[in-house]
Design a protein. Structure first.
Length: 317
């Protein structure tokens, strides 16, 4: 089994990347798979197919294939472990070997058993050898690699201009995939998002340096301009019909992701177009604050340190 793991901070384009990769022959997208225990089993959020997790035909087959796996008791145990392990203030532990060993020492054997069984069940039911997982979390990537569930785990590190990420995170949204379609996605301050952008991306880089896994650094802006290059780099070059360089008709029948960006509920052709709204509407003070905080990584990822935006001087810091 091959797992394509999309790592990166939220609002960086991981959902559309997940869909394009999951549309390839022999590939199956599970979305933000680390959240299936909470948002699927425990809270019964909507699957991307439109049905609730409990009534989705695909996930019913997964449960049937391993009856003792997706139980509320197992999900509660896994979610409790996630909440204790994936706290932001603990992310630095992934930067050094002693910290990573400490995480593994506190990981119950049942955890690795359960996530391994879950990936194998999805492979069995979907009939696909390549699983696309857009969980994004560096901490979960570490555990997934250590679990040994896959013959090959590949890290696809997606980055986006931090000013675009911060602008997107400033907006409050309602998630229609929640059980009552009213759970809000609360906004973050631009300074918090900028700090997370640095910490998140640095952690992913350090993980890639410490493990013998295939690592692909991918800028969102480059991907939407020429996704074919990305597919070629990953060895996924067929199954997508392009009417031009950025418009794709997916042959994939339907999605069964349980949690992630609400756009995963859309069906039909995907049109890739860079979202540049932030350049016109982001307050200049906010853009400057993000530029200063993220300066250590900005130029290394090929982004300009200074950009002009048209949103005035006020900022949500």
């Amino acid at each position: 089994m091959r797992i394509l793991y999309i790592a990166g901070l939220g609002r960086s384009g991981s959902t559309v990347l997940d869909q394009i990769l999951g549309a390839q022959p022999g590939a199956f997208s599970v979305g933000q798979f680390l959240d299936v225990w909470k948002h699927g089993v425990l809270e019964n959020w909507r699957c991307a197919c439109g049905d609730s997790f409990a009534s989705c035909a695909f996930w019913s087959k997964v449960r049937t294939s391993d009856p003792g796996l997706l139980t509320r008791e197992a999900a509660a145990d896994v979610q409790h472990y996630h909440e204790q392990t994936f706290r932001l203030r603990f992310m630095y532990r992934l930067w050094w070997e002693g910290g990573r060993r400490g995480i593994l020492a506190k990981t119950p054997p049942s955890y690795f058993d359960r996530i391994s069984r879950l990936y194998r069940a999805v492979r069995s039911v979907s009939g696909c050898e390549t699983i696309v997982d857009s969980s994004k979390s560096p901490g979960y990537a570490h555990l997934l690699i250590e679990s040994g569930v896959a013959d090959q785990v590949e890290l696809i590190h997606i980055v986006r201009d931090p000013r675009a990420v911060a602008y997107s995170s400033m907006r409050r949204r309602v998630d229609p995939t929640s059980p009552d379609s009213s759970i809000a996605i609360e906004p973050h301050s631009v300074t918090l998002t900028a700090a997370m952008w640095v910490e998140w991306n640095t952690t992913i880089e350090r993980l890639a340096q410490q493990y013998p896994v295939r690592y692909t650094l991918l800028r969102y802006e480059d991907f939407v301009k020429d996704p074919g290059v990305t597919l070629t780099r990953l060895g996924l070059t067929s199954g997508v019909a392009a009417s031009d360089s950025t418009s794709f008709s997916l042959t994939y029948p339907e999605w069964h992701t349980v949690y992630g960006n609400p756009s995963r509920l859309r069906s039909g052709p995907i049109v890739l177009r860079e979202d540049n709204e932030w350049r016109e509407k982001m307050p200049s003070g906010a853009a400057t604050a993000v530029s200063v905080i993220t300066a250590p990584l900005l130029t290394r990822y090929g982004y300009r340190a200074h950009v002009r935006v048209g949103g005035g001087a006020s900022s949500n810091t």
